[in-house]
Design a binder for this molecule. Sequence first.
Ligand SMILES: [Zn+2]
Length: 454
Amino acid sequence: MSGATSYWCELAWLGGERATSGVVVEVEGDRIAAVESGVAAPPAGAERLDGLTLPGFANAHSHAFHRALRSRTQAALGSFWSWREQMYGVAAVLDPDSYRRLARATYAEMALAGITAVGEFHYLHHGPGGRPYESPNEMGEVLIDAAADAGIRITLLDACYLHAGIGPGGAGRPPDEVQTRFSDGDAGAWAERADGLEDRSGARVGAAIHSVRAVDRESIPLVAAWARERGRPLHAHVSEQPAENEECLAAYGLTPTQLLAEGGALTDSFTAVHATHLTRDDIGLLGGARCCCCFCPTTERDLADGIGPARELLDAGASLALGSDSHAIIDPMEEARAVELNERLASGERGRHGAAALLSAATVDGHAAIGWPEAGRIEVGGMADLATIRLDGVRTAGADAATALEAAVFAAGPGDVDRVISAGREIVRDGRHAEVDTARELSESIAAVQGTAG
Ligand SMILES: [Zn+2]
């Protein structure tokens, strides 16, 4: 979309501790061209955005196909490990067509929640039995197309996934039947395939080490070097479950964080996803290297993972991002408040993370973690991503300029997201997606996958 559009925001968050009244945002193409505050009424020709306008949210950790498990995994219960078996059931039956439909609907659900960019941690690379597709990155390409359909940006974090677990002496155990769809065989083959992916408008490429369970000690430095040499973000699942720590310590005498540090993975372009069960030394390593830690509280509570040390990580120098991961729900406001509310229950203290800091995690720090440092702030030159939250709905009514941020973080939900502009393009209006009949497409794409999964 070209040309200039002018928006008048009743309230907007410009990065401080409070919302600002009467903010005009001029958009040219995909960028913010001007920001003026203290404008009492909409200028002629400006579109009016009532409520609180935020920068679009970044969903820094997603596995799009897990959306098909919502409600089913809550019915089945069990453990993280039995949940994983259910998840593999869906992974086993997806093909490029069914994955594109499911991802398109899932990303549209994200747009409806105010999300304008997603970090897709992608490991379902190959066909059944591990047979590469004719175009080896076909599954990654359908995710990029699905994000474009939904009007949000994507960072495809292409994950190296080689092993079923850490075997005796650190030798990786061979992948099982479903995991063969994830594995390239070795890190060199992973790098060769990942080199076939290219950035384009609205899509960037990053790397991921699935976890220390799936990538062995010798392969970690290869993936880390690939990301470093190309200036790509690097993500890894880190210490989500105590069992991972125990296996890693038994095999190597190192925690997962220490093993990743040894392999050169920990830089300011690295994001540790979950970072739930950490030692003091781990926290020091992640903070000292200025890593990001991506918490996924609604998934972590769904899977009974635990509560990670967000306050300690921030105090040590790390930044914080948020992700909906398994999509138990897709609600960036709930992810944000859960960081604070979980810590209140665990610590007996209130106010370890204020509303503005939690919004930073959900916006600017999340966008940076997935390689979009120009996004996440309403400022000149920034990406024109705006998400407007109604302050006249049943959950938010009564908030004013002084409490609008708290209303957004501690009370609002996706149903309060009224308008979303992503890279200058309006993708949600009056709470409806402009292109995707989202509930119907979710329902049909999930039925198709679950029907086959039996
Ligand atoms: Zn994950």
